[in-house]
Structures are given as structure tokens and as C-alpha cells.
Write a protein that binds this ligand. Structure first.
Ligand SMILES: Nc1ncnc2c1ncn2[C@@H]1O[C@H](COP(=O)(O)OP(=O)(O)OP(=O)(O)O)[C@@H](O)[C@H]1O
Ligand SMILES: CC(=O)N[C@H]1[C@@H]2OC[C@@H](O2)[C@@H](O)[C@@H]1O[C@H](C)C(=O)O
Length: 384
């Protein structure tokens, strides 16, 4: 297939905003990364999304929209449409050159044991408003086929592995670690073996901790953590959880890890300890890999928390090098959004999005739902 220009949209578990990225690709080994953009959510909207996690707890069927979730889904979609409009304007990318938009939506519930995953976002409304085809709901088919429904970015990580630059670029195995709200790891072996799974809390506990105790959304640079010390008893309360001791890997929901109670630590020690837990959870992932990675490529906002990076350096110092995505020629902020554009093109081609080594499906599985803009006959554009 000829190359297609796609825009990927990611609003992840950190709930900090919408990441957008342009990628021109065949949905396979050819990936030309383009411009990227971000639209942050204001604090009040972030709080609405956090409240939606509680409301979503009562969902039993994936089409259920209890409480205000239907209204919120519409608002999330419109915000994504506005974000794409702003990106098109800022980047100069002509709308008619965009073949597809890959739309993640906002995860409000993820219960792999029940085969239930819910991302708020209406593909048809987005397609109608943009006048561009949209591929969305990319996790559903994987789950219907017995997979964990996450992570989905690993296949993109493998596609990127051969494009790494810099001193360590040829090192294999290489692990890509996305430190978002939740952390996930993709292991690419020298022979292309792909193994991936969620490895623990990323920034979600740190964000909630500093929000609760200092009224700020995140620990910028890990500055608060740098003033604290690791409370090993508290850390072990997390690292001893069944998620870490179980043989089987499960994909995670943001609510799977609960914030320490108020008296458990002071602000700084709490931030330091939770950063340690994040790094230890990533290092622990090695126990589920055939070989220790020689190179660790960090992506996602948590790569900017120096306490996490320092702890991961200590944990891997005898076996591998830890670098930020930028040090090997990649963009650690836009990688997931790029992946959603790449996956959308893959979906159009009918190629697998997930594999036995990534979500535990028995066979490689395709996914995604295509919605094309409705014409005059099909219904008025802009209406849900
Ligand atoms: N300068 C910084 N210093 C420390 N942490 C940061 C910084 N910038 C962002 N972060 C952290 O990164 C988070 C956002 O990361 P990212 O956008 O990769 O997550 P996400 O995509 O929402 O989550 P997920 O990958 O789990 O879906 C913020 O909530 C914050 O905790
Ligand atoms: C259900 C869901 O939204 N999972 C997210 C979450 O955030 C990180 C981790 O948990 C990963 O499994 C996944 O996102 C990335 C983008 C993925 O699917 O690869």
C-alpha cells in the first residue's frame, strides 16, 4: 500500500490532555514521523474525568453510559475535534491530505478479567466534525478474542526499533518503557521477538500524591522527590502486591493502585517513595523477559522525573543503559499519539494490532472500527 498520512490522538490515563501527532506510513515498517501538538486539559475538566472513573465503576456492558458519561463522551469527542482543528492550523497540514485519524478516547474502565474495556469517545461524531475518516475503539476486538486489550503501542515500538540513532542504537534486546499514568514495557529481541505488558504504576500515584498534599498536578522534574527519602516499608506495600508476585501478567486499570493514606509519609518522602516504586516496578519487569535489556528507551511524561530515572539507572546499571527517547532520535511525548496514527493505518490494511506476546491473544488480532464522515444523505455533519 502506498503511504498514508495519519493523525493519531491520545488522551492517556494521566488525564492531562490530548497528544496529537502526524505520521506518514504504510502501517508497517515505513514510518515517517511528522509534527506533533498537545492540548492540555484545564484542572476542572481533569477533575470531571477523574470523577468519571467512579461513575464508570457501575458499567456492566461496554455500551452503558451511566450518570453524565454520555454527555462527557460527547464533550471529550468535541474537544478532540477542536484539538485536531488547532493542530491542522498550527502545522499547516492540509485536511484533505489526512487519510485517517486514529482516536484512542478516554479509558474510564479496564477490567480484563471481565473482558470489559471502555474508552469514551464517539468515532462517528469525530469523523463528521472533521470530515476525515476515523478509526477508533482499537482495544475491543483484542479483548473479544481473549486478549488483555492493552498494551497496543508495542507493535509500533518494534517498528521504531530499527530506526534508532545514537551511540546505543544497535543494542539488543531493547526495551521501550512508556511511563504515563501506568507504565508499560515493550521488549524487542535481536531476532525481533516482541514481548510487552503493563509493568506497574507510572505517574498516577505520584500525581495524586502531590495534588492532594501540595495542590499541584505533578512533581515537575522530580523536584519534590529529590528532597525526600525512600520509605522502604511503604514501598514494599506496593511491591508485595499480587500484581507483582503473580506469574501471569495482567493489564492495569488506573484504579488498581491506591494512594497511601494521609499519615503514611510527608510530602517529599511520599513523592520519593512512589518514584522508587515506579522504577522498581519497571526493573521488576525483567523477571518476565527472556534476557535483560541492553538498552532502555524511556518515553512518556515520567521520563522527566529525575528520581524515577536515577532509580532505574541504579537497578539496571550492570546490564543495560537507560536513555530518554530523544537521545535515540525519537519523541518521548508524542510516541503514543504517533502509534495511534500508525495503528489506524494498520487497521485500514487489516493487519494485526496485537500479538500473543503483547496482549496474550492466541493468534495475532486485527482491530479498530472505521467511521467515515456522513454525507448529506447519511445525516448532517456535526450531529452525533
Ligand atoms: N516535567 C515533568 N516532570 C515530571 N513528570 C512529568 C513532567 N511532565 C509530565 N510529567 C508526568 O507525565 C504525566 C503525563 O504523561 P503521559 O502524557 O505520557 O501520560 P498518559 O499518556 O496520559 O498516560 P498513559 O501512557 O498511562 O496512558 C503527567 O501526569 C506527569 O505525571
Ligand atoms: C486500558 C488502557 O487505556 N491502558 C493504557 C494505560 O496507559 C498505559 C498502559 O495502561 C497501557 O496498557 C495502555 O495504553 C497504551 C497507550 C497502550 O495501549 O500501549
Amino acid at each position: 500500500m502506498a503511504l498514508m498520512r495519519a493523525i493519531g490522538l491520545m488522551s492517556g490515563t494521566s488525564m492531562d490532555g490530548i497528544d496529537l501527532a502526524e505520521v506518514t506510513t504504510d502501517g508497517d515498517g515505513t514510518v515517517e514521523r511528522g509534527q506533533s501538538f498537545a492540548v492540555p486539559y484545564e484542572a476542572a475538566f481533569r477533575r470531571r474525568l477523574e470523577a468519571a472513573l467512579d461513575t464508570a465503576g457501575s458499567i456492566e456492558a461496554r455500551s452503558d453510559r451511566p450518570g453524565d458519561l454520555a454527555e462527557l463522551e460527547r464533550e471529550i469527542t468535541i474537544r478532540h475535534a477542536d484539538a485536531v482543528e488547532a493542530f491542522l492550523k498550527a502545522s499547516g497540514i492540509p485536511r484533505e491530505e489526512v487519510g485517517v485519524v486514529g482516536f484512542h478516547g478516554q479509558t474510564v474502565l479496564h477490567r480484563p478479567r471481565l473482558g470489559l474495556t471502555v474508552q469514551l469517545g464517539c468515532g462517528q461524531l469525530l469523523a463528521d466534525r472533521l470530515g476525515i475518516p476515523v478509526v477508533y475503539d482499537m482495544r475491543a476486538n483484542d479483548m473479544a478474542q481473549g486478549g488483555q486489550g492493552a498494551p497496543l503501542v508495542p507493535a509500533y515500538h518494534r517498528a521504531l526499533a530499527s530506526s534508532l540513532t545514537g551511540a546505543h542504537a544497535a543494542a539488543r534486546p531493547v526495551a521501550f518503557v512508556n511511563i504515563g499514568g501506568i507504565s508499560n514495557i515493550s521488549y524487542v529481541g535481536g531476532d525481533g521477538t516482541l514481548i510487552a505488558f503493563d509493568c506497574g504504576p507510572g505517574n498516577t500515584l505520584i500525581d495524586q500524591w502531590v495534588s492532594r498534599h501540595a495542590g499541584i498536578p505533578y512533581d515537575s522534574g522530580g523536584a519534590i522527590a529529590s528532597e525526600g527519602r525512600v520509605l522502604h516499608g511503604l514501598a514494599m506495600r506496593y511491591l508485595g502486591l499480587p500484581f507483582f508476585t503473580a506469574k501471569e501478567r495482567m493489564s492495569l486499570d488506573r484504579n488498581d493502585f491506591v494512594l497511601p493514606e494521609d499519615g503514611a509519609a510527608g510530602l517529599e518522602d511520599g513523592a520519593r517513595t512512589l518514584a522508587f516504586v515506579t522504577a522498581a516496578a519497571i526493573a521488576h519487569a525483567q523477571q518476565h523477559l527472556p534476557e535483560k535489556p541492553k538498552l532502555w528507551v524511556l518515553c512518556g511524561g515520567g521520563r522527566l522525573n529525575q528520581a524515577i530515572v536515577a532509580d532505574l539507572n541504579v537497578a539496571t546499571r550492570h546490564t543495560g543503559a537507560v536513555v530518554l527517547a530523544e537521545e535515540v532520535g525519537l519523541n518521548g511525548d508524542s510516541m503514543e499519539a504517533e502509534a495511534w496514527g500508525w495503528l489506524a493505518v494498520r487497521s485500514l490494511k487489516g493487519l494485526p494490532l496485537t500479538y500473543p506476546g503483547t496482549t496474550g491473544v492466541a493468534e495475532p488480532v486485527t482491530g479498530g472500527v472505521l467511521r467515515t464522515p456522513r454525507t448529506e444523505e447519511g445525516g448532517p455533519a456535526g450531529e452525533a
